[in-house]
Design a protein around this ligand. Structure first.
Ligand SMILES: [Zn+2]
Length: 480
C-alpha cells in the first residue's frame, strides 16, 4: 500500500512535469483551420482546374526559360511537401508556371495548376516573399476554396457546375485576358475569395512557410511589398482577388509567432537574386491588358481563328427582333424573362445565360460572346450595398473588356420588381471593330448575391433595340 501510493505519487509528479513542459507548447499551438463545407468531389476540383488551365495556357504567354521554370517549380515543390498532412490531397497535381506578364499577379486553379506572373517574381524582395504568395495560393487549393465557395454561394445553378467553377476561377485570375475578343468576357464574374477564406489561406500559408523552412513573416511582408509596388495604380489584380480580411499583416505575424521555422530549405536568396536579374535582363514583359489586346501567342492564321463568319465589319446579318415574345426560366427557376421569339438561349460558361438572335452569338471555348442580345447571370457580391456590389462588378467587367468605358453614373432601375441600378458602358468592340453600347442592370438577391442582366447592341442599332431591351428588362421576375 505504501509502495503503490508512492508509485502513484511518482506518477503524479511525472505527469505534472510533463504538464509543465507541455503547457507552454500548447499555448503556442498553431491555429487549427476548419476546412469549409464542400459538396463537390475531389475530381470536380481536378477537372475544373484542368479545364481552366488549358484555357490559361492558350491565352497567356508562358515563360519558356528552363532555369527560371526549374527554380520556381522547385520552390513550389518544397512548399507542397510542407502542406500539413490533414490538408493534403494525393490526387492533386501541383505544378508551377511563370507567366510572362508585368502585372503583379499569381493564381492557382483547383487541383493544383499555379501561375506566377513574372511581375510578381520581380516585385518580391526575397525568395521568402515570392514563396509567401505561392504558399497562400497553395492553401486556397489545398482547402478547396474554389469549390467550397461554389458550395456556399451558387444555390442557383445556371449552367454546368464545372464550367461555373472554371469560369469563376479564371475570372479571378485573368479576367482581362479572357475578355479579349469578347463583347463581354464571360470570365467577368471574377472569383474573389471571401474574407474568411483569405484568413484561412493566410494562416495555412504561414504554417506551410514555416514547415518549408521559410520565415512565415515573409508572407505578411509580401502583402506590403505588393501594396507599395502597385504605386496607387488602382492596386494590382492580386490584391483585389485576395481581399484583405482586416489586420492581415498583424494576423499573419501573430500566427508566425506560434510557429517554429524548420531548418534547412528555402534560404537560398542567391538563387533568387540570379533569377531576378535574369528576368530583368529580358525584354520588358507586356501587361495583361496589352496581352488581352494583342493575344497571348502570335496570331495564327491572321487573327480570325475561324470563330466568326468572315465578313466585313462584323459577323453578318442579324435578324431584327420579333415583336412577339417568348418566356424562359433559368437558374433553377430563380428568374423568368421574356425575349423576342426569334432569339435563342445560349449557354455561357455556366455562370450566365445569353438570349440572342441567330448570328449574333458566338460560342467560344470559355463561354461565348455576342453583338446583340441580353445576358443574365449571378455574380458573387462582395458587398451588401447594391451600389458597391454593382461598382465591383462593373470594374471586373471593364477589366475584362478594356475598350469599354462607363457613360456616367449608375441610374436607379426596376429589376425584377426590386430596387436596381443601370449603368451604360460604351466603346469599340474588339470583335466587330464597331462601337457598341452595353447596359448593365443589377439588383440584389435575398442571399446577398448580385443578379444582373446585360444588354448589348452596336451603336448603329442601339436606338432601335432600346425599346426591346426595355421590354426584356421589365419582364424579369425573380423567385428567390
Ligand atoms: Zn487569397
Amino acid at each position: 500500500m505504501h509502495n503503490s501510493n508512492r508509485r502513484a505519487h511518482a506518477l503524479t509528479a511525472l505527469l505534472m512535469a510533463v504538464a509543465v513542459f507541455v503547457t507552454p507548447l500548447t499555448a503556442l499551438a498553431q491555429t487549427r483551420i476548419e476546412v469549409p463545407k464542400n459538396k463537390y468531389k475531389i475530381t470536380d476540383d481536378i477537372q475544373a482546374g484542368a479545364q481552366a488551365s488549358q484555357q490559361v495556357e492558350q491565352q497567356m504567354p508562358i515563360l519558356r526559360d528552363e532555369a527560371i521554370s526549374a527554380y520556381v517549380e522547385d520552390v513550389g515543390r518544397r512548399l507542397v511537401a510542407a502542406i500539413p498532412s490533414e490538408y493534403q490531397h494525393p490526387e492533386f497535381r501541383y505544378r508551377f508556371r511563370v507567366v510572362d506578364a508585368r502585372d503583379i499577379n499569381a493564381f492557382a486553379l483547383p487541383g493544383g495548376p499555379m501561375y506566377v506572373n513574372r511581375g510578381m517574381i520581380e516585385a518580391a524582395r526575397t525568395e521568402g516573399e515570392m514563396a509567401g504568395v505561392m504558399a497562400h495560393e497553395i492553401s486556397h487549393v489545398a482547402l478547396r476554396h474554389a469549390t467550397a465557395q461554389a458550395t456556399e454561394t451558387q444555390k442557383y445553378q445556371i449552367g454546368s457546375v464545372l464550367g461555373q467553377i472554371a469560369g469563376a476561377v479564371i475570372g479571378g485570375g485573368i479576367g482581362q485576358v479572357i475578355g479579349a475578343g469578347s463583347q463581354i468576357g464571360f470570365g467577368a464574374g471574377a472569383l474573389r475569395y471571401s474574407r474568411k477564406y483569405e484568413t484561412q489561406s493566410d494562416i495555412l500559408g504561414a504554417q506551410i512557410m514555416a514547415r518549408a523552412g521559410y520565415n512565415p513573416r515573409d508572407l505578411a511582408n509580401m502583402f506590403r511589398t505588393i501594396e507599395q509596388q502597385s504605386g496607387g495604380r488602382g492596386g494590382p489584380e492580386w490584391l483585389s482577388s485576395h481581399p484583405n480580411p482586416g489586420n492581415r499583416y498583424e494576423r499573419i505575424n501573430q500566427e508566425a509567432a506560434l510557429l517554429r521555422v524548420a531548418p534547412g530549405a528555402g534560404r537560398d536568396t542567391q538563387q533568387f537574386a540570379s533569377v531576378q536579374s535574369r528576368l530583368r535582363g529580358m525584354p520588358r514583359a507586356r501587361s495583361m491588358e496589352e496581352i488581352a489586346r494583342g493575344g497571348a501567342q502570335q496570331p495564327q492564321g491572321g487573327g480570325n481563328d475561324g470563330r466568326y463568319p468572315q465578313q466585313q465589319g462584323g459577323r453578318g446579318q442579324v435578324e431584327f427582333p420579333s415583336t412577339r415574345y417568348r418566356a424562359y426560366t433559368g437558374g433553377n427557376n430563380l428568374f423568368r424573362i421574356s425575349v423576342p421569339e426569334n432569339w435563342r438561349e445560349f449557354g455561357g460558361d455556366g455562370s450566365s445565360v445569353t438570349y440572342a438572335p441567330e448570328g449574333a452569338y458566338n460560342q467560344t471555348q470559355n463561354g461565348g460572346d455576342f453583338t446583340h442580345g441580353v445576358m443574365v447571370g449571378i455574380a458573387n457580391a462582395r458587398s451588401n450595398d447594391l451600389n458597391q456590389a454593382t461598382n465591383d462588378y462593373i470594374n471586373d467587367l471593364l477589366r475584362g473588356n478594356p475598350d469599354l468605358r462607363a457613360q456616367g453614373r449608375a441610374q436607379r432601375a426596376n429589376v425584377g420588381g426590386r430596387n436596381g441600378l443601370g449603368v451604360t458602358l460604351a466603346g469599340r468592340s474588339s470583335v466587330t471593330g464597331r462601337n457598341e453600347y452595353v447596359t448593365v442592370y443589377t439588383t440584389q438577391l435575398r442571399d446577398g448575391n448580385l443578379f444582373y442582366a446585360i444588354s448589348i447592341a452596336p451603336d448603329t442599332d442601339y436606338r432601335s433595340y432600346q425599346r426591346v431591351f426595355q421590354n426584356i428588362i421589365s419582364s424579369i421576375q425573380l423567385a428567390d
